[in-house]
Design a protein around this ligand. Sequence first.
Ligand SMILES: Nc1ncnc2c1ncn2[C@@H]1O[C@H](COP(=O)(O)OP(=O)(O)OP(=O)(O)O)[C@@H](O)[C@H]1O
Ligand SMILES: [Mg+2]
Length: 241
Amino acid sequence: MSDKPIINLDRVTKVYGKGDVAITAVKDLTLQIKAGEVVTVMGPSGSGKSTLLNLLGAMDSPTSGIIEVDGRDIGHLPERKLASFRRFSVGFVFQNFYLIPNLDVIDNVIAPVIPYRGRTIDNRVRALQLLKSVGLEDRAYSRVRELSGGQSQRVAIARALINDPKVILADEPTGNLDSENGKAIIDLLMSFTGQGKTVVIVTHDPRIGLAVREYPRGCNIWMQDGVLSDRPTYDQYCWAE
Ligand SMILES: Nc1ncnc2c1ncn2[C@@H]1O[C@H](COP(=O)(O)OP(=O)(O)OP(=O)(O)O)[C@@H](O)[C@H]1O
Ligand SMILES: [Mg+2]
């Protein structure tokens, strides 16, 4: 597994709005995350966690600074290349799952590739493999509205993996789950580091922070007011080199 940073932020700032109403959501933030690491981002509401995740996934662009993910300077890519980056380099998992309720599970998993690859046999085979890896192969042809919260999040994770991204970005992925299902989802997300994927999880749950910290190559970072907070530091809570 490579130790080179797959995520590299150099003095990144994100300001929303202008003048009197401007809000600096992320402030002069410098951070590196290596390939194969799993990182939690914790901190109070409004501290910039989701903004950071959206910047990493090129869902938003920095006001200043450099963001490199998977070898690309995503702050300065033309829109066409950004779309390709979002599609192939990162997979998103959200608190509310964002599944399409009237589609089967398998069609939700292949939804990201339908616009450019269509409903090919290959896609369906890959989707079934992914559903198997999240423990849901027997629900491939269920409607998603028939699933529990934990099952829905598993489908969302399979969907995030359909393009085999190197980086998985999860914003409060357990926020709508009970603690048992939440733990299972975190275990699943952490397991992808075994395939060399890098996982960034925003969470309010200190138990998740603890579980990640104890995982090989797991670490916690904290944010406050748009910056990495001093206590505890990144170094203190990363896996031992
Ligand atoms: N699109 C936006 N337009 C204007 N302000 C925004 C926007 N997105 C976020 N902000 C502001 O930026 C700051 C950071 O927000 P962010 O959503 O990143 O916080 P968070 O740490 O994810 O909070 P939470 O734990 O509540 O999800 C907040 O003050 C928020 O109001
Ligand atoms: Mg948030």
